[in-house]
Structure formats: C-alpha cells, structure tokens
Design a protein around this ligand. Structure first.
Ligand code: IPE
Ligand code: IPE
Ligand code: MG
Length: 224
C-alpha cells in the first residue's frame, strides 16, 4: 500500500456546471465551494497531511471582469466565515502564487496564513494567481541573483512548494485531460487521475475511489 502524503486537485468544471443547472457560471463557482468543504473533511478523515487546490491561475485573469470579481468575493466570504474554524481544526493555510489581488483580499489572505501558520494536522495550499512556468522562472532568477548553482534541489528550494513533499496524486475534474500550467515541476512522479465529473458533482466517494486505486499502484520511479 502506497503512503499518501499529498493530493493536488485541479478543480475544474464549475462554470459548465453552473450553465447546465442555473444558466449562471457564477452559481457553479458557488456550488464548487461546497465540494471544497467536503473534500477537506475527507482529506482529514483519511489522514492526508497536504492538500493543494488550484483555485485561480495566472491565465484566469483573461476571464470577464465580473466573473473574476465574483470569484474573489467568494473567496473573501469563505475565509471570513471559515478561517476561525479551520484554525480550530489545526489546519494550516498557505497561499501558493503571487498575492496581487485587491488590497482587502490580500490582507485577508496574509492574515489567514499568519493565524494558521503553526497548525499541523493538515496543510492546505491554495493555488491563487498561480502559474507553474512563472514559478520556475522566478526560482531560477532568484538562484542567479544569489549566485547559487542551478540544481534540481536548489530550484525545488525556491518554489512556493519548498518544504512540501511533491504530490503523490493529482486529480483533475471537469472532463478535460490537461495540466493548465499547474505544478509542472512538482508532479514529475505523481499518479494522475482525470474525472469526467464537474467539480460541484465530485463526491467524497469519488475521492475515496481514487485514493484506493492509488494505494495499489506499483510506483516505479524508474526502477522495475
Ligand atoms: C474551475 O472551473 C474554477 C476556476 C478556474 C476558477 P471553471 O470556471 O474553469 O469551469 P469550466 O471549466 O468553465 O466549466
Ligand atoms: C484550471 O482550469 C485552473 C483552475 C482550476 C483554477 P481552467 O479552466 O482555467 O483551465 P483551461 O483554461 O481550461 O485549461
Ligand atoms: Mg475550466
């Protein structure tokens, strides 16, 4: 049985779910938040110490202003309502990505990270304004600037995910089999699962099924 330390999820399909059920993409984002809460609970129940959630990519700025605004409002509300509870549950929140959002949201993100920084039951990495290529380029630039050698270890040490083990499992929901600039460096040996369900329809049972499948995979890491 493979140990499971880190699950990363590309939570895709909110917009299409919203259009299908309510004619509004934003309602899909709202519904997707319920899945986030369910999956956090399942992650804790299964004693997985790291969960990384892709919530907003560096490319998502290309979306209509109104959708972006809605997403940020949703995130703001979620943090305001839930951060105390997350903290009580010994959950550490870390933002991966560049925090350049409206001032109020930036402050809230920093405050939430600070509040939960010593927690240790589960670390949630929320990928916000995250782009993997940008992350890698920035890491190399920093090494250059500091006259450090370009090595795998040094590059890993300059990524947002330094000190976090690479994901064992990557899940993408939403019927789309691509990586969309997510954790390209970190998933070099992750087991990848694609689900045809839109994120709001993804259930605890779907998650458990993937975990069980993962546990039985023979992971070679190049060996035989
Ligand atoms: C993923 O759902 C969530 C974000 C990118 C914020 P989408 O909004 O991409 O949903 P689809 O893929 O358009 O259905
Ligand atoms: C990836 O989904 C980003 C998030 C889930 C936050 P997208 O919906 O943005 O990906 P593409 O554009 O379809 O590849
Ligand atoms: Mg999408």
């Amino acid at each position: 049985m493979n140990p499971l330390n880190h699950v990363a999820i590309i939570m895709d399909g909110n917009g299409r779910w919203g259009l299908k059920h309510t004619n509004s993409r934003n309602k899909g984002h709202r519904a997707g938040l319920n899945t986030v809460e369910k999956i956090i609970k399942t992650t804790i129940k299964n004693q997985i110490p790291y969960l990384t959630l892709f919530a907003f990519s560096t490319e998502n700025w290309k979306r209509p202003r109104s959708e972006i605004k809605y997403l940020f409002k949703l995130l703001e509300k979620f943090l305001k309502n839930k951060i105390t509870n997350l903290n009580k549950n010994d959950i550490k929140l870390k933002i991966i990505g560049e925090k350049n959002f409206p001032l109020k949201l930036n402050k809230l993100l920093k405050k939430s990270e600070l509040l939960t920084k010593n927690n240790s039951k589960l670390q949630i990495n929320l990928a916000l304004n995250y782009g993997s290529k940008k992350e890698i380029v920035n890491a190399i630039r920093t090494l250059n600037k500091n006259n450090k050698k370009i090595t795998e270890r040094n590059i890993s040490g300059e990524l947002y995910t330094k000190h976090i083990p690479d994901p064992d499992v990557l899940i993408r929901t939403g019927k789309t089999n691509r990586l969309s600039n997510f954790l390209l460096w970190q998933i070099s040996y992750s087991e990848i699962f694609f689900s045809n369900k839109f994120w709001p329809d993804f259930t605890e049972a779907d998650f458990i099924k993937i975990i069980n499948k993962y546990r039985k995979i023979k992971r070679n890491f190049g060996e035989i």
